[in-house]
Design a protein around this ligand. Structure first.
Ligand code: C2E
Ligand code: CA
Ligand code: CA
Length: 534
């Protein structure tokens, strides 16, 4: 690093002296000619006039000769003083101008190399540093780059405005800076993306550091009295293993970061060559998904929801499963986003609703009409009038008791969709269907949402429930959310309950309904029927 600093310093110096040279050559000619001209004009005037004046004053030839000598000395004295003053003034001016140039140079450098919003180094500066580090290392110096992206940042901007978004970026930049010790440094690459250059750190240390950073970010933030919850996805590359230029390293760090997002966000992932194949794999998944429905590779599982006080099953959440003929089981966390991306979600959801409602009818006929059925509905379908209309037709065909149907929606990212979401949600509610807001607590301030939308139930996200064992502000936030939900007359369903402690906490704060591995994983229909018979 010391070496790196030195080279950097030298380059800046060299930059300055080059500019100074340009400035001096230009002015020196002009100024030298100016001074010489003044000197010449003074000399000519002196020659023309001094003898005349001397002759006029001194008539005696003896005195005249003596004064001629004095006049010579006097001329030298005057011109010396004159030259001294002229040169001094020019030098001072040049110095001032040179100083201004240096300042301007620094200002330009700052503009070019530092981010305006956060004051952090920008992408250019970051790439420069990486390239310098690569060039200056005599023996192979390992260093690592962590590429950070805030998950769902668009939501913060869309729902709370760019000003809040900007404020948050500044805030996060400060936090990252304090978490990083020199000589490691953090830069803002643009938007909600930051990068950190770690000079000498082991992979284990770096993972620990990343965990610290994500944990730090992973809390409820509040800006302008608005609370929201964020997480970050981080991609990590190692020099020289992953590339030998800043461009290649950053590109791979970006790929790794997207890999982290695909694995569920809120994590750090080291670059591996196979991540690159993921894109191709995704295309294959989308291709295969088209046949998956028709070829009966899909099935539905049901995760029971319990009344936390009585311990009785009161509802099931429908969760899709895909058994791919070659790949085996593929998680809905992977293929649902791809189905949404490709538009296949519409067909898939028509199938899910059809099958789920058939099952609902069966359970009704078996005397389990009390059982609520909660079905996930993608924001894509909800905001597409044509596809939503087709889904409504399927729902109406089912002839089930709509008072025991819940549709789970997630907060829509796109503010322009709000009106259409409200319209379609209301159409479901008119039938008696209740609406649950899924994954509550992730992404951004959901409280605004609660006020705007006709929601009956909020589902406390499992990442929130997971925080319960830790003390501090987050548990306080959960308590507040539960209190608020009660005030607004919402039911609260806690997701992902895995421990007795979490269960106790939720019961204490009057959360009545919950689901999670502590009770049961999602199960096939037969097992649920057996549970119901018990
Ligand atoms: P989700 O709607 O939040 O569903 C809950 C997820 O949490 C399920 O994952 C469930 O298996 C898992 N889970 C339940 N209890 C626990 C627990 O105690 N601990 C942990 N760690 N996890 C628990 P799954 O089935 O993999 O589904 C993932 C996501 O895929 C769902 O999240 C949902 O967004 C989507 N999805 C699944 N099925 C459907 C569907 O039929 N339609 C739509 N649109 N999306 C679906
Ligand atoms: Ca759900
Ligand atoms: Ca959820």
């Amino acid at each position: 690093m010391r070496q790196l600093r030195k080279t950097r310093y030298q380059k800046v110096e060299a930059g300055h002296s080059k500019d100074c040279k340009v400035l001096f050559t230009y002015n020196l000619y002009k100024e030298s000619i100016k001074i010489s001209l003044i000197y010449a004009v003074f000399g000519v005037i002196w020659i023309l006039l001094s003898d005349e004046i001397l002759e006029y004053i001194i008539r005696d030839i003896r005195f005249y000769k003596q004064f001629q000598t004095y006049k010579g000395w006097f001329y030298i004295l005057i011109t010396t003083i004159m030259l001294y003053l002229l040169i001094l003034r020019r030098v001072k001016l040049l110095k001032e101008e040179n100083h201004k140039t240096i300042l301007a140079y620094e200002a330009v450098e700052h503009l070019a190399y530092y981010d305006k919003l956060t004051g952090l180094p920008n992408r250019t500066k970051f790439e420069d540093e990486v390239n310098k580090q690569i060039l200056s290392s005599t023996e192979i110096n390992k260093f690592m780059i962590a590429y950070i992206d805030i998950d769902n940042f668009k939501n913060i901007n869309d729902t709370m405005g760019h000003q809040v978004g900007d404020q948050f970026i500044v805030y996060l930049g400060e936090c990252l800076k304090t978490e990083i010790a020199e000589p490691d440094f953090v830069a803002r690459l643009g938007g909600d993306e930051f990068a950190i250059l770690f000079y000498s750190i082991s992979e284990d240390e770096l993972l620990k550091k990343m965990e610290e950073i994500t944990n730090h970010a992973n809390k409820s933030w509040s800006i302008d009295e608005r609370q929201f919850y964020i997480s970050m996805s981080i991609g990590v590359v190692i020099y020289p293993n992953d590339g030998d230029s800043s461009t290649v390293l950053l590109k791979k760090a970006d790929i790794a970061m997207y890999g982290a997002k695909r694995e569920g966000k809120n994590r750090a992932l080291f670059y591996k060559d196979n991540i690159r194949d993921i894109n191709e794999k995704n295309i294959k998944i989308i291709n295969d998904l088209q046949y998956g429905v028709d070829e009966e590779q899909m099935l539905l599982n049901y995760q029971p929801q319990y009344n936390l006080v009585t311990g009785k099953i009161i509802a099931v959440e429908v969760l899709i499963r895909w058994l791919h003929p070659q790949e085996g089981y593929i998680s809905p966390g992977v293929f649902i986003p791809l189905a949404e991306e490709s538009g296949l979600i519409y067909k898939l959801e028509r199938w899910i609703f059809t099958m789920a409602l058939v099952q609902k009818k069966k359970w009704e006929e078996q005397g389990f009409g009390f059982l609520d059925m909660s079905i996930n509905l993608s924001g894509k379908t909800l905001t597409s009038d044509i596809n939503f209309g087709e889904l409504e037709a399927i729902i109406d065909l089912a002839k089930v008791d709509f008072n025991h149907i819940v549709v789970e929606i997630t907060e829509t990212a796109n503010i322009s969709d709000v009106d259409i979401v409200i319209k379609n949600v209301s159409r479901l509610k008119k039938r008696g269907i209740r609406i649950a807001l899924d994954d509550f607590g992730t992404g951004y301030s959901s409280l605004n949402y609660l006020k705007k939308f006709p929601i009956n139930i909020i589902k406390l996200d499992r990442s929130f429930v997971g925080l319960i064992n830790e003390d501090g502000i987050d548990t306080l936030l959960i308590k507040n959310i539960l209190a608020l939900a009660h005030d607004l007359n919402f039911d609260v369903v806690a997701e992902g309950i895995e421990t007795e402690d979490q269960l106790e906490f939720l019961k204490t704060y009057r959360c009545e309904i919950g689901q999670g591995y502590l009770f049961s994983k999602p199960l096939p229909e037969a097992k649920i029927s057996a549970l119901l018979l018990e």
